[in-house]
Design a protein around this ligand. Structure first.
Ligand SMILES: [Zn+2]
Ligand SMILES: [Zn+2]
Length: 100
């Protein structure tokens, strides 16, 4: 049985390489994608932009805190919801990790 992620986001159709970040199945805000297989047997997922897992300040891809993530090999893991402020992937953003 095929258990690999679909090549594209189930909503916008972009590939993960084009969007960045992780494949999202569920978010801390309550979005939940049923991990069904598409017509070719691949698992469906949403990109971080379609699932709203982006920085609230600049809209860039962020660390998917509290989200369920689908990995390349079809396994699913849950990112802990941690009270950290530095989660943005945009180095110019106020929420990006600061070099110490
Ligand atoms: Zn998408
Ligand atoms: Zn940001």
């Amino acid at each position: 049985m095929q258990e690999l992620p679909a090549p594209n986001c189930g909503q916008c159709g972009l590939r993960l390489e084009d969007v960045g970040g992780e494949r999202i199945l569920a978010t801390a805000a309550g979005l939940w994608v049923r991990p069904t297989r598409d017509s070719e047997g691949y698992l469906r997922w949403f990109c971080q932009k379609c699932s709203g897992v982006v920085c609230h300040a600049c809209g860039s891809i962020r660390i998917p805190l509290g989200s369920d993530i689908l990995h390349d090999d079809g396994t699913i893991s849950h990112a802990a919801l941690l009270p950290i402020g530095n989660y943005c992937s945009n180095p110019a953003c106020a929420n990006a990790p600061r070099p110490s």
